[in-house]
Design a protein around this ligand. Structure first.
Ligand code: HMG
Ligand code: MG
Length: 297
């Protein structure tokens, strides 16, 4: 069922994690800290700071604990760490994170390539992690990758996504972010999935995570807004992509979304001056030259 446009949108800034995870040149810890400090000053309500995945798989983010210990934390911002398994969760907790993001996929092949596990095995990992996050009263976000297209399997039917959503909610996940990992979703495909999802669950439990490989992200945000979704994941400067998804471009750029929403009189409550500084800074650090995605599988 279609709803009226939201009055405000909550932006989850994933640049420091999704943006930097696939950059070939290692970004210095100092530069990451400065980037995140600018994003905090830009008043982003949530910043995904880093991931605690295997440093063999993603060496770019192996300094996550140091980064988190040295950033200036703003009271009103939620700082989140992405974790793949119990070991990653323990590392995130030891670093002091109170918000984590876990991730699974709707496509078997992508799940295998990204986490060396089937979808079922990735849920086994979540089951192993759940008592820990429950006990520590952590806030938990859940990503589902390849909700529309998989780089290996092509179009993904909503019937593959729905059970994954159900299993995440059964584990007590607070918010689910539906990911267009390679930026191939068409607006009509977004509608088809949202029709199925929102007849089962509440719109306020969902975020949309669009990569902008083919410049379709804003069209898809438009569809999300039409359906009443008011949480969107973006990355300042549009950097990023998953290193295990061939063809994945950067996330929808935070600044692009902010200006798009401003034109619709939808509030984001960000400080656009600091946001521009963050974008300028990270774009200088990562030239498009050395920012090519490194395919490891
Ligand atoms: P594996 O090799 O099968 O792991 O990787 P394992 O359990 O067999 O362990 C192998 C070794 O890694 C062991 O060490 C473990 O201790 C260590 P050894 O005994 O050989 O010395 N290890 C770890 N070390 C540190 N931290 C950890 C950790 N886990 C194991 N957390 C694993 C399985 C899941 C760990 C690996 O596949 C992995 O790290 N994958 C993550 C890949 C990734 O980060 N992808 C990008 C993020 S997802 C994304 O971008 C999509 C998203 O943006 C949404 C969208 O756009 O769709 C969220
Ligand atoms: Mg992503």
């Amino acid at each position: 069922m279609k709803k009226k446009l939201p009055e405000s949108v909550r932006i989850v800034e994933v640049g420091p994690r999704d943006g930097l995870q696939s950059i070939q040149t290692i970004i210095s810890t100092q530069d990451k800290i400065h980037f995140i400090d600018l994003l905090s000053k830009a008043k982003l309500p949530e910043i995904e700071v880093t991931s605690f995945v295997s440093p063999q798989w993603v060496p770019q983010l192996k300094d996550g604990a140091e980064v988190f210990s040295k950033i200036n934390k703003r009271k009103q911002t939620i700082y989140t760490a992405l974790v793949p398994n119990r070991k990653g969760l323990e590392r995130a907790m030891a670093s002091g994170f109170q918000s984590i993001a876990v991730f699974v996929a709707a496509s078997e092949t992508f799940s295998k390539k990204n986490t060396n596990s089937s979808i079922r095995e990735s849920f086994d990992r979540l089951v192993e992690m759940q008592p820990l996050w429950f006990e520590a009263d952590l806030r938990v976000r859940g990503y589902i990758s390849t909700c529309w297209h998989c780089p290996y399997e092509g179009y993904i039917e909503p019937s593959k996504v729905i059970p994954v959503i159900k299993n995440l909610f059964d584990l007590g996940i607070d918010e689910i972010s539906l990911g267009d990992t390679i930026g191939k979703a068409e607006p009509d495909e977004v509608r088809v999935l949202l029709d199925e999802v929102l007849k089962r669950w509440s719109v306020s439990d969902f975020a949309l995570h669009f990569h902008d490989t083919y410049n379709k992200a804003l069209k898809n945000v438009d569809v999300g807004l039409e359906y009443g979704i008011n949480i969107y994941d973006t990355s300042a400067g549009g950097v990023g992509g998953c290193p295990f998804a061939p063809g994945a471009g950067g996330n929808l750029a935070t600044e692009k979304l902010v200006y798009f929403l401003e034109e619709k009189n939808i509030l984001t409550n960000l400080d656009t001056n600091y946001l521009s500084q963050a974008v300028d800074f990270i774009q200088k650090v990562i030239t498009r030259e050395n920012g090519k995605i490194s395919i490891q599988n």
